[in-house]
Design a protein around this ligand. Structure first.
Ligand code: KIV
Ligand code: ZN
Length: 535
């Protein structure tokens, strides 16, 4: 398929749901993937890599759902990943074919290291695999992307041959990955310039788009991606918050804001609505349970905070003294005082609408009740508080088990004890009491005794949404199912009481694990001292 290429447009290919989801702890349910895909469409990404359909029937179903519900005519291209083998390619097509603009992304490791240790084939045999794979993909899909995996450590002339062959067989996007995050910006820029210049059939007017895909093992993913753009790439493969294998992928927000903020330098643009960046970042962080480090560029909690006296003084005089972009550009609302305890439902609804949340009916009643509860305890409720409440109320997994009530006793004397009342999927209420090392541990033990899905807590963190002793607490956790499985699941919870926030976060992770793995009736390992009261 020949496409018209606007040479100043850098297409954004988001792989949060594929490469990002492959990162430890980022496993998402199908419903969560769909909601993230919807937000990616609102953000304005050009292509969503929705998953790896041949990986499992669940992955296939999730890609199909995204293709049907998000891949509309005015929506993004919906892409699936496939190894360059028949089974993967055919399954991938099954996944994406219902999208208005489907794409098959097929790949093969092309460095000598990958050829020898992964495929155990010669360079000549590899070219044959590329020929067959891309030809098959092009016979099914009008839009085909080919990636020579581990290109950062591959031989340039061999890559030229492979890319030319992929074009001949119907690929229209050539994505060049630095799979192991090995290259440096200047060498990568030169390598890509040479590859683009030497590959026949890929010049101006050919309809071919060159793309870059970088990993962050040396912390160079954004720099390498931008070097690729300067060398001629007009597609960037990125993830929200830079999540991905090992040290992660290139982060979408960094590349997009570099192109946006340094317009005069790059003379390029993207289709991203930058004001949706923060919301997308929070959604992905809440669903994956992967907390964004405070000093992370663009989306970190401190990215727009000015602490040093000299900086604050400069900011008061003029924001341009220490700010190269405004917080509003990335969707961070600086309004501090939002609502108080006398604010009514209408004011709340209007403020939520201004923040981009259209909430009505029962959902609004639910948020209003939470808001009132918070406003009673806290003088002012800020935008950040409201966003945390929304994330806690609506951005969770399917609620198989839900928290009804919790009570803890703790202190320097005695044994920390938690009594937890929960509802299971049948609406049955179950109460358990457990003793633990502290109130959170005791509560988690009580939850475990009810859910019976043994797991290990591998990460737990608490943050306050705003300053002050009355601030809302946000908790993120990551758990790993006991046994053979290498996956882990994240959860998020927000509440004034950090023990309650902790239980909500834990329950979100447990529900996610139960939904994805179908657990829930296994006996917990070890003894927990519990009392069960059925009501
Ligand atoms: O890092 C990589 O090489 C990949 C490919 C499948 C594009 O993710
Ligand atoms: Zn990758």
């Amino acid at each position: 398929m020949s496409v018209q290429i606007d040479n100043n447009l850098v297409r954004v290919f988001d792989t949060t749901l594929r490469d990002g989801e492959q990162s430890p702890g980022a496993t998402l349910s199908s419903a969560e993937k769909l909601e993230i895909a919807r937000q990616l469409a609102r953000l304005g990404v050009d292509i969503i890599e929705a998953g790896f359909p041949a990986a499992s029937p669940d992955d296939l179903a999730a890609v199909q759902r995204i293709a049907r519900e998000v891949g509309t005519a005015d929506g993004p291209v919906i892409c699936g990943l496939a190894r360059a083998v028949e089974k993967d390619i055919v399954t991938c097509w099954e996944g994406v074919k219902d999208a208005a603009k489907p794409r098959i992304h097929t790949f093969l490791g092309m460095s000598d290291i990958h050829l020898k240790h992964i495929s155990n084939i010669s360079r000549k045999e590899a070219l044959e695999v590329v020929r067959k794979g891309v030809t098959l993909a092009s016979s099914l899909s009008p839009d085909v992307e080919f990636s020579p995996m581990d290109a950062g450590r591959a031989d340039l002339s061999f890559l030229v041959e492979a890319c030319a062959l992929a074009i001949e067989c119907g690929a229209t996007t050539l994505n060049i990955p630095d799979t192991v995050g090995y290259v440096t910006p200047s060498e990568w820029g030169e390598f890509l310039s040479n590859l683009i210049a030497e590959t026949p059939g890929s010049g101006p007017g050919s309809g071919i788009t060159w793309s870059v895909h970088c990993h962050n093992d040396l912390g160079l993913a954004t720099a390498n991606t931008l070097a690729g753009v300067l060398a001629g790439a007009r597609q960037v493969e990125v993830t929200i918050n830079g999540i991905g294998e090992r040290a992660g992928n290139t982060s979408l927000e960094e590349v997009v804001m570099a192109i946006h903020t340094r317009k005069q330098f790059y003379n390029l643009y993207t289709n991203i609505n930058t004001r949706e960046i923060m919301k997308t970042s929070r959604l992905v962080s809440n669903y994956t349970g992967m907390h964004v480090q405070p000093n992370k560029a663009i989306v970190g909690a401190n990215a727009f905070a000015h602490e040093a006296g000299i900086h604050q003084d400069g900011m008061l005089k003029h924001s341009s003294t220490f700010e190269i972009m405004t917080p509003e550009t990335v969707g961070l609302n600086q309004s501090r005082l939002v609502l108080g305890k006398h604010s009514g439902r209408h004011a709340l609804k209007a403020r939520l609408q201004e923040l981009g949340y259209k909430i009505e009916g029962d959902a609004l009643n639910q948020v209003f009740a939470r808001f009132k509860d918070l406003a009673d305890a806290k003088k002012t409720v800020t935008d950040a508080d409201l966003e945390a409440l929304i994330a806690d109320e609506f951005h969770g997994p399917e609620e198989i088990y839900s928290l009804v009530d919790i009570q803890v006793t703790c202190g320097t004397m005695g044994m920390p004890t938690a009594t937890v009342k929960m509802k299971n999927a049948d609406g049955e209420e179950i109460i358990h009491a457990a003793v633990g090392a502290g109130p959170v541990d005791a509560s988690y033990k009580a939850v475990d005794a009810i859910v019976k899905a043994p797991n290990t807590l591998i990460e737990y963190s608490v943050h306050s949404v705003t300053e002050g002793i009355d601030a809302l607490g946000e908790v993120t956790v990551r758990i790993s199912p006991d046994g053979e499985d290498k996956r882990s699941f994240g959860g998020y919870g927000a509440h004034r009481d950090i023990v309650v926030a902790s239980v909500k976060a834990y329950l979100a992770a447990v529900n996610r694990m139960v939904a994805v793995m179908g657990l829930g009736d296994r006996k917990p390992e070890g003894e927990v001292s519990t009392v069960q009261v059925k009501s």
